[in-house]
Design a protein around this ligand. Structure first.
Ligand code: SF4
Ligand code: SF4
Length: 120
């Protein structure tokens, strides 16, 4: 089993999860981040810090995002990881309401240098 990053991360990418992961198994694509299922140690550290609740234990993925288990895994089978998984690349642009994310102020300092939602 593994943790999976689903649709809410797309075009948000604040990278709070990357900071938490003890084994550095969360990788950045162009529009979203991906968890490598072969490297994830199921520690749960990333899930509670995601400001848009994009991270799920594989068994607990909402049905509407069930495909994201395969999307995360298949990303690491691509020859060019500079490109998003084709299903991600084909999605329309997604926006998240800043006020929904800003309540996670504890992440503000860590994310300030990389996140357009948390300007310094
Ligand atoms: S569950 Fe732990 S090991 Fe897996 S991606 Fe999250 S922080 Fe990394
Ligand atoms: S914390 Fe959530 S929104 Fe931020 S990069 Fe990780 S999965 Fe994406």
């Amino acid at each position: 089993m593994t943790y999976v990053i689903a649709q809410p991360c797309i075009d948000v990418k604040d990278r709070a999860c990357v900071t938490e992961c003890p084994v550095d198994c969360i990788y950045e694509g162009e529009r979203t981040l991906y968890i490598n299922p072969l490297e994830c140690v199921d520690c749960h550290a990333c899930e509670p810090v995601c400001p848009v609740e994009a991270i799920f234990y594989e068994d607990e993925l909402p049905q509407r995002w069930a495909a994201y288990a395969a999307i995360n895994a298949e990303y690491f089978e691509q020859p060019d990881r500079g490109q998003d998984h084709p299903l991600i690349a084909g999605l329309p642009h997604q926006t998240s309401d800043k006020k929904d994310i800003a309540v996670f102020a504890i992440r503000k300092e860590e994310a300030a240098d990389v996140d357009r939602w948390f300007p310094s």
